[in-house]
Design a protein around this ligand. Sequence first.
Ligand code: IMP
Length: 196
Amino acid sequence: MSKSARELVFATNNPHKLLEVQHILGESFKLLSLQDINLTEEIPEDHDTLEKNALQKAWYIYNKSAVSCFADDTGLEVDALDGKPGVYSARYAGEGKNSKDNIKKLLKELQGVKNRKARFRTVIALIVDGNEHLFEGIVNGLIIDYERGEDGFGYDPIFQPDGFSLTFAQMPLDQKNDISHRARAVNHLADFLMKQ
Ligand code: IMP
């Protein structure tokens, strides 16, 4: 890491996410986790859109620590369900339920439904010098009707990105990271930061 790397707080304590995003941003930036800045309390995230949640988290950190920071929020938006589960993707089957339960509920709701189009959408909210900026990353695909693959997390076993015959859960991680919603949003963030 170069000495002049700019420090940026990423609203996560997930070391995998931190590494993945650090890799995309490169050496000009040094990412700090919430733990690194001793922010241990739970950050509120109670809005009804990805944009509002990402902004809420980023402003919360900025107001506490006054450092440049960004937060992300992701949802799976299914056309036939008017964009659901969307912002509620993590707890679609209810509080305390897991990804398997979420998948089960989604497949049940899509039983017999022909239109299987869906997208993962990530929104990143960045706050620099008190100004907010939003970035979006989308990957379009289909919800298949049974689980395929062991890797990944969340809805990966039932999401097949357009142009591929594998689900996200069947792809090597590098391949998923090349085309994923999160990577696309982070690339937009990186383009913006490089120009600053
Ligand atoms: P988060 O905003 O990254 O925490 O994502 C919210 C929820 O969306 C997660 O709990 C997962 O259910 C789902 N999700 C986000 N990203 C992915 C992904 O890459 N694959 C599958 N599910 C995902």
